[in-house]
Design a protein around this ligand. Sequence first.
Ligand code: ATP
Length: 831
Amino acid sequence: MKIAILTSGGDSAGMNAVVRSVVKAAILKGCETWIVREGYEGLVRGNTEYYETISHSDSGIIPPDPKEIAPAHYKLSEDDPYLIQNLRFGDGSLLKDGIGDYAEGRTLKGRYIIRVGWDDVRGWFTEGGTLIGTARSAAFRTHEGRLQAAYNLLKEGIDALVVCGGDGSLTGADVFRAEWPTLVKELESQGRISSSGGSTHLRIVGLVGSIDNDMSMTDLTIGAPTALHRICEAIDNINSTAFSHSRAFVLEVMGRHCGWLALLAGVSGGADFIFIPESPPEGNPWEDAMCETIKRHRMIGKRTTIVIVAEGAHDVNLEPIRVEHVKSILTDRLGLDTRVTTLGHTQRGGRPCAFDRILPTLQGVEAVNALLESTPDTPSYMIGIQENKITRVPLMEAVAMTKAVSEAIAQKDFNKAMSLRDPEFIESLSGFFATSALEEQKKLPPSKQMRVAIMHMGAPAGGMNAATRAAVRYCLRQGHTPLGIHNGFRGLLDDNIHELSWLGVDTWMARGGSELGTNRTLPSVDLGCVASKFQQFGFDALMMIGGFEAFSALLELEEGRKHYPSFHIPIVHLPATISNNVPVTEYSLGSDTSLNALVDACDAIKQSASASRNRVFVVETQGGKCGYIATMGALATGACLVYTPESGISLNTLREDVKFLKTRYALDAKGKSEGRLVIKNEVASPVYTTDVITKMFKEEGGSLFDSRSASLGHTLQGGVPSPIDRARAVRLSLKCMTFVEQHFQKMKAQSHGHGVGQGGSSGQGRGRHWHASPESAAVITIQSSSIKWVPVRDMVEHADMDKRRGKTGWWIESGIKELVESLVARPQLVN
Ligand code: ATP
């Protein structure tokens, strides 16, 4: 199959990773790969003239024996005029340095559809925007334009197209596919192609590249996480100056029809008020409601005010809400020193975050599979993601649902608009209200109020503080008493427990580490004493935020219920650990922050490795006996090898790896060798340590390559938590709070008078005769596309208690390590 890929519409971070992934995955499946420059415009313009100076004579990087470096179907031939070097301009500079310059006179002279090879897309990961260019094409909207586009594809024998863009681009792709048979017939009747010259079936697949996250039927679009990173960085920076001067800031962010960026920025930036198109502000007029909320925050001593406005925000009558208007209200009515910041195109740009490298890579592979499986009877698919599962959904259904949101907004049917957004969006909005606004009037009746203890356990992880902040604010809103246990179970035994306040946790959203303090002590240190402290402080519920220790502690407390009545309360564990080693769940808070820290470090290391041309860096990661961070880090950085404790390291592996590296460096063009990364978990092997492997590579590399090592150590805990970790922290933490509320009520109802009235704030210090079910001691997990509660007892069979990890992991079952290696064409080892 000949597959072409184009990027279209507005650019977004991660589009290059899509191109890289599609090209590599398609080559590995034996396909020929082409890129189309400048979106549909390039498709219409086609290849009118060949650029005369295209040359591959200086390459030296065409593999002498392709079988050595890649599977047999990865065919390379020295006679192929387009391969590998065809993305070079006459002066030898790479396409990626020059693409887009055509408008300034440096042109590829009418060559828009270009065959590409394996190495053409090397290193594209780290670049923002799209290196193959994007455009909005009026010509493609016309029948004539699409006829010409079909001709240009058929001329090259291409009948499969991957389109990465927004809903407009994907609509265009579907229109093109539907029209394809008639376009082929028309070209035949015009005599432009022979009667058997064209395939009657155009295979297409769409990937959503859009910073707004405005596509329905997928949780995330490519580029949206990076845009959110840019916005959160800006908010974090603004917060410090706002605090210093006690100022208010009104921020305008992108999002004409979709408020996702504003909403998630509001949640993860800890904003006071947000305006999004799907849910106009309540209150008549809304200005009063906004002032009321902000005034309440100021009255209790808040020194900063952050208001976020999506560029498409409006009131219930669809009158636009402008930042300048918001500013004047805050200034005139509340007397706040208010500034406006419009983030504009800075949101688009910059290096893709870890998520925008991993997601497009996985989706690119899935896109190629979808193309290969496509038949004239299957619908065109869009590749999406739901929680942690890469999905295929009918493209036009997703587009129709996306359009339905805009239509509902236009008809002022905001309930419908919200209902058409995915569940995460809806939960994030209620999460924002629950954690941002100080509201006195919504408290539960005293009989339903609880004393909720919150504790951090194990090593710090990004999002622990954000989860705590969300829980505290939710508790206060409901009338519960949030109690912070400082320094884990040691702190509990030392009575180091304090009530947490709404304002006290205000700045915790952006804080890394653990504000409560954390350690690894388990309750078994003195279970009886721990039980008496539960009773003394009258805990009605406990949330533990942490990694494997929190899981182990939950297990001990649940087992301890046999002897200690005070453990008969709802107890939840919210997984938070950079190692992501809690069994069953596919995601732990902090793992995204950690991957971003790893990507940042590795980008810098790779730059250094590339500057020295031929250096292999062996990068050591934390993670204990769990290879998650190393494996996903390798996927996110484009590392060529990864060593994990699960796979171990054998002499045979190392021999094959050295052979692979030698072959690979021998194929690099003279003077154009690149730095390469090898990611190794700290305990992948007790014998073949980082030092041993580095020395081995150095020795074996000879004149071909050199080797150095770098240990990332605790830097992987990350400084500032990533927006994804913050937003998920809020969402999962609120689910934990609802869980403990429900179980608390259930226990009370089942007690039939025994101990009724002894819970709640009034229950402090008294005994309790309730019986807690095993389900009330549970872990919140993400499994594939859903969030599930798993009783801690049921977790045990999935845990490897000695190695402190799950018996398996989704990244192992989905073959991420193998994917990393196949994306660098390392032959799979048969151990
Ligand atoms: P963004 O979300 O950044 O706006 P988008 O993909 O929605 O991205 P559009 O400008 O709507 O951006 O579409 C990009 C291109 O897709 C258009 O310039 C046009 O060439 C093509 N296109 C859009 N809609 C159609 C259509 N109905 N028929 C044919 N082509 C279309």
